[in-house]
Design a protein around this ligand. Structure first.
Ligand SMILES: NC(=O)c1ccc[n+]([C@@H]2O[C@H](COP(=O)([O-])OP(=O)(O)OC[C@H]3O[C@@H](n4cnc5c(N)ncnc54)[C@H](OP(=O)(O)O)[C@@H]3O)[C@@H](O)[C@H]2O)c1
Length: 258
């Protein structure tokens, strides 16, 4: 039955940047379909609170702190999950940052580096830690949370756009290299989603109007509108999909020029 293919029972999923926003919504979605979710972010207290809330609703969850740009945190995350559950089936590289708004020629090198370290380098490093585990298990599933910003240029946030374009290409290359081990890798490109990350943009009235005018559906998404796609990609319902980049943007990519 196709319905059964969405079942994530017995699957263990790590979601980075899951204390709030899109990551939390994806973690909830996976847990609702039966997965045991490892809710991860920089703050143990924050992920414990999300895991406790999930548990109170009968979902299977634990919280594990991990600043994705820190190698020792990444290693500890994977070790803890293996010690607790003995397997990792799904990794969602969701943690992301956008610390600089301004022209390229004035970008402070340390903010460029921070953007690359969190948005692309950490995703590659964490994927490399779960790869041998998934290979040994006979398969696995990696999902990268990129952005619609990976697909077009924007004034004022070049580092973010470059990092997200690189993340998409990382996924494509992983898919090619890891497909023979039944490890699927796909990338989600959200449009504008109401979260802390996008708050500055969406709370500015003129920016909000200009953004929503370009979105066919006329509004930003809520985080839970990203969760169904994550469940689909993490499950056997998408068993023939790898190396795909899926846009979930309310029609923003096709904003008409006139
Ligand atoms: N919102 C949008 O419109 C939008 C659009 C396209 C793509 N995205 C992408 O979607 C992803 C999630 O964004 P969001 O909008 O949901 O952001 P958000 O609401 O600000 O949440 C970000 C999450 O990441 C965690 N985090 C931040 N830095 C981290 C780090 N270095 N290591 C580990 N966790 C970290 C935060 O928790 P702690 O503070 O507890 O660490 C939080 O859980 C990002 O990759 C973003 O680029 C967002």
């Amino acid at each position: 039955m196709i319905k059964e293919k969405f079942n994530l029972n017995d699957k263990v999923a790590i979601i980075t940047g899951a204390s709030k926003g899109i990551g939390e919504a994806m973690a909830r979605g996976l847990a609702e379909f039966g997965a045991t979710v490892v809710v991860s972010s920089r703050k143990q207290e924050a992920v414990d609170a999300v895991a406790a809330q999930f548990q109170s609703e009968g979902l299977k969850a634990i919280g594990v702190e991990c600043h994705v740009a820190k190698a020792e945190h990444r290693a500890a995350l994977v070790q803890k999950v293996m010690a607790e559950f003995g397997r990792i089936d799904i990794l969602i590289n969701n943690a992301g940052t956008n610390p600089y708004f301004g022209p390229i020629h004035k970008m402070p090198p340390e903010l460029y580096q921070k953007t690359m370290d969190i948005n692309i380098n950490a995703a590659m490093a964490l994927s490399n830690l779960v790869y041998p585990i998934m290979k040994e298990q006979g398969g696995g599933n990696v999902i990268h949370v990129s952005s619609i910003e990976s697909m077009h240029a924007s004034k004022m946030m070049a580092a973010y756009n470059i990092s997200k374009a690189a993340l998409t290409m990382l996924g494509n290359n992983q898919a090619i290299e890891w497909g023979k081990y039944n490890i699927r890798v796909n990338t989600i490109c959200p449009g504008y989603v109401r979260t802390k990350l996008s708050a500055a943009l969406l709370e500015n009235e003129s920016a909000y109007l200009s953004l929503t005018n370009n979105v066919a559906l006329g509004r930003p998404a809520t985080p839970d509108e990203m969760a169904g796609l994550a469940v689909f990609l993490a499950s056997d319902a998408s068993s023939y999909m790898t190396g795909s980049t899926i846009v979930n943007d309310g029609g923003l990519l096709h904003a008409p020029l006139f």
